[in-house]
Design a protein. Structure first.
Length: 339
């Protein structure tokens, strides 16, 4: 079975082909990022994002077909991101996917964006096995899930306000860094001195597995105002302190979730999962606790079509028949546990 995956939930247009046949797997994937277009605005402009997706879907489809050596006629199903995300951006991918599935007379498979991230480590040469605990840190989402199998997800904890990714981006703005803020802040933190700036660890000892990072962002704002005018070294020290606080909370709660679950596998997925310090700290602490940690390949940490093609293929293999192509709706807000 050959599944086409289409991702258009925000500011990346992704396309991929995944085969479930023996020796298949991910055959080709292509991605267009809108980062340069949105940089001058300091963040994603939804209308511009939607228009750019329209321009990219056909060229990207042609690219993955050429790279894989397959034809349109060989596609057996079309998977696409139904939500959550920007409504207009989701509509572009959904409309294109449903039209293509209709023309090819194949089923369409609406996919939850976070399910794609959660399953993306399965694309790695060393994939996890079900069941496992997953830390989802993607954009506006910070969640801990117990994953029993495809489509079987139990929420263990989630953010009560700003997610880790949002906090990274907002704090980067406070420090005068360009969009996208997360990677820029992580790079600046490399020059920061440890323990020079003291910041809180929100909900570290709350007794549950929930997160809250809005107050941490406010603490950074207070410190920036106290130090104004701020030197480059002070900016780096604050970035280091902020990153250390985020990482400590994520690591502590993730290990607690694994211990509570009785499992020995932790999957980390989403854009923040690419953060080098988070990976270093998780690997160190998990190693001592004899917990195996799995990450997506770096190219699959951010939004991409490969994770959507994989999720669609796994859904079909698990017995979901897909739906007849045609009528559709997008779901800008969509809890993963209701997928």
């Amino acid at each position: 079975m050959l599944v086409l995956g289409i991702e258009s939930s925000c500011d990346e247009t992704g396309m991929a082909l995944y085969s479930t046949a023996a020796g298949g797997g991910l055959l080709a994937h292509a991605l267009h990022s809108q980062v340069r277009m949105h940089q001058e605005y300091g963040g994603v402009v939804p209308e511009l994002a939607s228009r750019d997706h329209i321009r990219r879907v056909v060229p990207l489809l042609r690219q993955v077909l050429a790279d894989s050596g397959r034809s349109l006629a060989a596609i057996d199903a079309v998977a696409y991101t139904q939500g959550p995300g920007l409504a207009g951006a989701l509509l572009v991918g959904a409309a294109f996917a449903e039209a293509l599935a209709t023309a090819l007379e194949v089923p369409s498979v609406p996919v939850h964006h976070l399910e794609g991230h959660l399953l993306s480590p399965l694309l790695s040469p060393r994939p996890p096995r079900f069941p496992f605990v997953a830390l989802l840190v993607s954009g506006g989402h910070s969640q801990l899930m117990r994953v029993i199998g495809v489509g079987q997800y139990e929420l263990m904890g989630e953010t009560l306000d700003d997610a880790a990714g949002e906090a990274f981006d907002k704090t980067a703005k406070l420090l005068g860094l360009d969009y996208p803020g997360g990677p820029a802040l992580a790079a600046l933190a490399e020059a920061g001195r440890p323990d020079v700036v003291k910041l809180p660890r929100p909900m570290l000892k709350s007794g549950d597995l929930n997160f809250s990072f809005s107050g941490l962002k406010t603490a950074v704002l207070t410190r920036v105002r106290e130090l104004a005018p701020i030197s480059e070294q002070q900016r780096a020290d604050i970035a280091r302190a902020f990153q250390d606080a985020i990482v400590e909370v994520l690591v502590s709660k993730s290990l607690r979730a694994v211990a509570m679950s009785g499992l020995k596998q932790l999957v980390v997925a989403g854009g923040v999962g690419a953060n080098a310090e988070l990976r270093r700290q998780l690997d160190a602490h998990a190693g001592r606790a004899r917990i195996a940690v799995f990450y997506p390949e770096f190219e699959f940490c951010t939004d991409n079509g490969a994770m959507i093609a994989l999720a669609g293929a796994l859904r079909l293999q698990a017995g979901q028949s897909g739906k007849p192509a045609g009528a559709f709706a997008v779901r800008p807000r969509w809890p993963l546990t209701c997928s």
